[in-house]
Design a protein around this ligand. Structure first.
Ligand code: IPD
Length: 269
């Protein structure tokens, strides 16, 4: 598979970041330096170290590009370079990571003039690299095996759909939580795995049929949105509008389920 320079770069940096965070995962909470950014928003030294590593690599390779990263790195970039920007979550699913639960992701997205071009979501404990490139498709890479092309599922009935959501911070959380039980009743099952980036990668891979969550940040979803779209799925806000810039209320589906789920989430938006 011949990836564009930005995609190949994102993949190689994601590999380095995945190795870094996996070395820290077995440590206890004190050694991980678990801190509160907000009442239920954690950060660890692994988030900071991985962000430093990823953003240093970007600055060396693409010194004119902008960067937006969860733990504070914000570089505006060079407007003459057509607003090329990297959107980075060094650990998506920090709460799982802090507790030693091996389900979290590193997410690296790249956009030009507001269009997502490259995206990589890696789930380090599983060694799975989900890679998307605008116009080329979405792929799963495991070890040294050839990239495997991804496609969203074909499920059409909510009762047969395995769907996922997340728990955003307050004040959005309380409103959102009250809407989840009806999906638990009507869908096949509902998952909350604790990482929006992995949820989106799993929709792209056809493992989940849909994912929805309000109030997301750009770094949670930039790479994942491209993955779902390139795998043939649909992504919109809760009113059916395209997501631009990445973030906010996100409904990502396999495609066939989009209207059914949109009708339900728009009543609650
Ligand atoms: C969080 C995760 C979680 C989602 C939250 C996000 P973080 O990201 O994606 O699944 O429900 O809304 O903030 O803080 O672990 O990078």
């Amino acid at each position: 598979m011949e990836f564009a320079e930005t995609t190949a770069f994102a993949l190689s940096v994601a590999r380095e970041a995945a190795d870094l965070v996996m070395r820290i995962l077995p440590e206890g909470m004190t050694s991980k330096n678990v801190r509160h950014k907000g009442p239920r928003d954690l950060v660890t030294r692994a988030d900071h170290e991985a962000e430093r590593l990823i953003t240093a690599r970007i600055r060396t390779r693409f010194p004119n590009h902008g960067i937006l990263a969860e733990e504070g790195t914000a570089v505006s970039g060079d407007a003459a370079r057509d607003s090329a920007r990297w959107i980075v979550d060094p650990i998506d699913g920090t709460t799982n990571f802090a507790h030693g639960v091996p389900m979290f992701a590193v997410s690296i997205g790249y956009e030009e003039r507001g269009t997502l071009r490259s995206g990589v979501v890696v789930v380090p404990p599983l060694g799975e690299f989900f890679v998307a490139e605008h116009g080329l498709g979405a792929f799963l890479i495991v070890g040294s095996a050839e990239p495997q092309r991804l496609a969203t599922s074909r499920v059409t009935e909510l009762s047969e759909a395995l769907i996922a959501t997340g728990l955003p911070g307050e004040p959005v959380r309380s409103v959102h939580v009250a809407t989840i039980p009806s999906f638990m009743r009507d869908a096949q099952e509902v998952r909350i795995m604790g990482t929006a980036a992995a949820h989106l990668a799993y929709v792209a891979a056809g493992r989940l049929d849909a994912f929805w969550e309000p109030g997301l940040n750009p770094w949670d979803v930039a790479a994942g949105i491209l993955l779902v779209e390139e795998a043939g799925g649909r992504v919109s806000d809760f009113n059916g509008r395209p997501i631009s810039p990445p973030g906010g209320d996100i409904l990502a589906t396999n495609g066939p389920l989009h209207i059914t789920l949109l009708e339900r989430v728009s009543r609650r938006a």
